[in-house]
Design a protein. Structure first.
Length: 429
C-alpha cells in the first residue's frame, strides 16, 4: 500500500525524464566499456563511470528535491520582479525588509524550495496590509477622539447660550421694573399736592430701585464668573482639539505620502503619475498650452544588479531620482514609472524645449559620480520624448515616448530621441 501511495506522489513526467537520462548514460557507458574491450562488465564498474558523469549527478540532485541552477535563477528573477513591484507600493519604512529579502534571494543555500521563495514576499505583503490596517485604525481613533471632544465642548456652549438667553430675559424684566417705578413716580407727581408725602413716596421708590440695582449687580457678578469659567474651559478644550486636529493632519499627510510616493526613491509613484498625466492632458486639450512627456531609464541596469547586487541597484535608482530633482524645474513632475524607468511631465514646454532639457539632464547624469565602496559605477540614461497633442490619449502620448526611448537604446544608449526619431521598430524587441 505504501509503495502505491509513493508512486502517486511522484511527478511521473519528471520521473520518466530522469529514467531516460540514466538509461542513456548506462547505454553509453556499456558502449564505452565495450570499446575498451572490458571482458568483465559488472555493476560496480558501471557505477564508477556513472559517479563521474555530470548529467547523472544533476539528475540525482534534482531527484532529491534540490532545485537546479536554471530553476534557481528563474526563481531569483521572479522574486526580484515581485520585489520591484512591492517597492513601488510599500511605504519607506518597509524598504529595509525588501532589501533583506533581496540579499536572501541572492544566497541560494538559504532558500532551497520554491515554497520558501513564494512565502517570503507573501509575508511582506501581509506585513504591509497589517501596517495599513494599523494606520487606518489610528486615524479612526483620532476621528473618534475629535468627535468626543466636539460633543464635550457642545455642552458648555449650549449651557452658555441658555445662560445668555436667561440673562437677556432678566435684563428685560429689570428694565420693565425700572420703567414701572418711573411711571408710578410720574403719576404721584401729577396727583400729589403734599410735598412731604411726595418726598416719602419718591424716597421709597428710589430705595426699591436701589435694592433692585444691587440684586441685579450681584446676579451679574455671579453670571460673569460662571461665564469666565465656561470660556476658560472652552479655551482648554479648543486647544486640545487643535492639537488633535494637527495630529490628524500629520497622519493624513503620512497616509497620502505613502499612497502617492515611491517608497524607495522618495519621488512620486505610478499612481501619482496616472493622475497627473490625465490632468495635464485635460489642461492641454482645454487651454492649448504646450506640454511634453519624457521617459528615461538607467542603461544596463540589470548588469548593475547582477554585478554589484540589488542593494547597489536600489542605490542607483535613488541617485538618479536625486539628480533628476536637482536638474529639473520645481513645476516639472517626476515619477518612478516602474523598475528602472522614470516618467517626467514638462508643463509649458514644446518638443524642442523638451529635447534641450532632456539633453541637459542626460549630460548632467553622465558626468555625475556614482560609487559604492570606493568603486565608481557608470550611471547613464537613455531618454525618449513625446509632445502632448490635442487628439492624444494617455496611452498614445506614453507610447510615442516609449518608442523614442527604445530608439535611443537601439542607437547605443546614453542619448535622447524624440517622437520625430521614431523608426518602424517594435519597442518590445
Amino acid at each position: 500500500m505504501s509503495s502505491e501511495i509513493n508512486l502517486k506522489e511522484i511527478d511521473l513526467a519528471g520521473f520518466e525524464e530522469k529514467v531516460y537520462v540514466i538509461a542513456d548514460e548506462v547505454l553509453n557507458i556499456l558502449k564505452e566499456l565495450s570499446r575498451e574491450n572490458k571482458k568483465q562488465i559488472n555493476s560496480k564498474l558501471i557505477a564508477e563511470k556513472m559517479f563521474l558523469n555530470e548529467s547523472v549527478k544533476s539528475t540525482f540532485i534534482n531527484a532529491n528535491g534540490v532545485s537546479s541552477s536554471k530553476e534557481i535563477n528563474s526563481l531569483k528573477e521572479m522574486s526580484h520582479t515581485i520585489l520591484d513591484k512591492f517597492s513601488e507600493l510599500v511605504p519607506s519604512h518597509m524598504t529595509e525588509n525588501l532589501g533583506e529579502l533581496r540579499e536572501i534571494f541572492n544566497n541560494e543555500n538559504t532558500i532551497k524550495s520554491a515554497k520558501d521563495w513564494l512565502d517570503s514576499p507573501i509575508n511582506v505583503i501581509k506585513k504591509y496590509i497589517d501596517s495599513l490596517s494599523s494606520r487606518n485604525k489610528e486615524l479612526e481613533d483620532f476621528l473618534k477622539q475629535t468627535m468626543q471632544s466636539l460633543v464635550t465642548i457642545e455642552n458648555p456652549i449650549t449651557s452658555e447660550l441658555s445662560s445668555q438667553q436667561s440673562k437677556f430675559r432678566e435684563d428685560m424684566e429689570f428694565h420693565d421694573s425700572i420703567s414701572n417705578y418711573m411711571d408710578l413716580m410720574k403719576e404721584e407727581c401729577n396727583i400729589s399736592t403734599d410735598i412731604d408725602s411726595l418726598k416719602r413716596a419718591f424716597l421709597s421708590r428710589i430705595e426699591n430701585i436701589h435694592k433692585g440695582i444691587e440684586i441685579k449687580r450681584e446676579q451679574d457678578m455671579v453670571r460673569l464668573k460662571e461665564t469666565e469659567k465656561t470660556i476658560e474651559e472652552m479655551k482648554k478644550r479648543m486647544d486640545e482639539i487643535k492639537r488633535e486636529a494637527d495630529e490628524i493632519r500629520r497622519k493624513s499627510q503620512e497616509v497620502e505620502l505613502a499612497t502617492y510616493c515611491d517608497a524607495l526613491t522618495g519621488i512620486h509613484n505610478r499612481k501619482a503619475y496616472d493622475e497627473r498625466i490625465a490632468e495635464t492632458l485635460a489642461h492641454v486639450q482645454r487651454y492649448k498650452i504646450p506640454a511634453s512627456l519624457m521617459i528615461c531609464d538607467i542603461d544596463f541596469f540589470k548588469k548593475i544588479n547582477d554585478t554589484f547586487g540589488h542593494k547597489v541597484g536600489d542605490l542607483a535608482l535613488k541617485k538618479l531620482a536625486e539628480l533628476l530633482k536637482e536638474r529639473l524645474r520645481k513645476n516639472d513632475f517626476i515619477a518612478r514609472y516602474g523598475g528602472e524607468e522614470f516618467a517626467i511631465i514638462l508643463p509649458h514646454t514644446d518638443l524642442n524645449g523638451a529635447i534641450i532639457a532632456g539633453e541637459g539632464i542626460r549630460a548632467y547624469i553622465a558626468k555625475s559620480v556614482f560609487s559604492y565602496k570606493s568603486q565608481k559605477i557608470p550611471l547613464t540614461i537613455s531618454v525618449g520624448i513625446s509632445f502632448f497633442r490635442k487628439e492624444d490619449t494617455i496611452d498614445t502620448i506614453f507610447e510615442r515616448a516609449d518608442q523614442a526611448l527604445y530608439a535611443a537604446k537601439k542607437s547605443g544608449r546614453n542619448q535622447i530621441k524624440s517622437e520625430n526619431d521614431i523608426v518602424s521598430a517594435s519597442p518590445s524587441e
